[in-house]
Design a protein around this ligand. Sequence first.
Ligand code: FES
Length: 79
Amino acid sequence: MTLTVCIGSSCHLKGSKKVAQTFERLITENNLREKVNFHAAFCMGNCQNGISVSLDDKVYSVTPETAEEFFRTQVMARL
Ligand code: FES
């Protein structure tokens, strides 16, 4: 599974770094390094709805507050 967080300027301003840190922490805590291919990417063309996060081919909107819930309900639920 490939998980990507947008670090383009619009998403960066909304806190994408915090989202990335949350995902990093959860990947480490749950020992998912081999299962989740985690990347950062520049603008995904979805700035208005950012922070943009893609999971395989689908783009989602996440905030620093919802990042952990997103990870548990979307990422971990599919493993
Ligand atoms: S900066 Fe993130 S979608 Fe454009």
